[in-house]
Design a protein around this ligand. Sequence first.
Ligand code: ADP
Ligand code: MG
Length: 254
Amino acid sequence: MNELKLGNLISEGATVDVYESGDLAVKLFKPDAPKTVVFYEALMNSKVEETGLSVPAVKEVEIIDGRWALASELIKGSTLEQIMKDEPENRDAYLEDMVELQLDIHAKTVSGVTKLKDSLREEIENLDIIDHIKRYELLTRLDSTPKHIKLCHGNFGPENILVTNDDKVYIVDWIGAAIGNASADVAKTYLKLSLTSTEMAEKYMNMFCEKTGTSKKYVQEWLPIMAASTLAKGIYTKEEKELLLTWLDVVDYS
Ligand SMILES: Nc1ncnc2c1ncn2[C@@H]1O[C@H](COP(=O)(O)OP(=O)(O)O)[C@@H](O)[C@H]1O
Ligand SMILES: [Mg+2]
């Protein structure tokens, strides 16, 4: 029984396609998507709704033509990624807004969800494109990091921030969210931004460190781990893979 009728395609991605359906946005997973992933995103989104952060509310999970579909409130507006492209002169101010938004996320915690450190360990253990020495080095580095329980988005970047015409901001795509160390989350954002612009990524990390009084070295320590995690997810272009592999080998900063 199909309740939802799909309208315009909003976005086409590696793991999901997003469609409009009346006043809903329907995230349609690729046929091989594990059921647990779909329900984890629905659970995580619901938990984040309870924190009071601005996210589109989940409304339904169902199967459409054999594919899992996650329907949430449709947000009419643009991604921050598009806005930053359209207004390059305001890019720094938007980066600043992004840091503030990420700090709002880190100020929250939720219970009963994945611990970032556990999922990172699993990803590193299963990453088959590194040798056992690199794996040992990354796991040792991960083990030495402090345990934190801050809410981390896990894939925080301008493409996952929606802005409406009256400037209301929503954060989407909570599939990789977990609780853990804020610096790990910022290192992930740094890597995402650096795939587009190293300068932008550097500015972002500097802004975060200044605002929070965090030493840059502390965030940079996470870069090889988060590069491994990104590689483990297996979604990258050839150029992105090369860049991520170089981040794996960056060991000491001074
Ligand atoms: N609730 C929503 N309302 C409007 N647009 C959405 C909504 N959820 C997602 N989108 C759009 O679809 C895109 C992809 O969705 P997202 O959840 O980020 O999946 P993925 O990045 O895995 O493809 C987003 O960048 C955004 O443009
Ligand atoms: Mg996304």
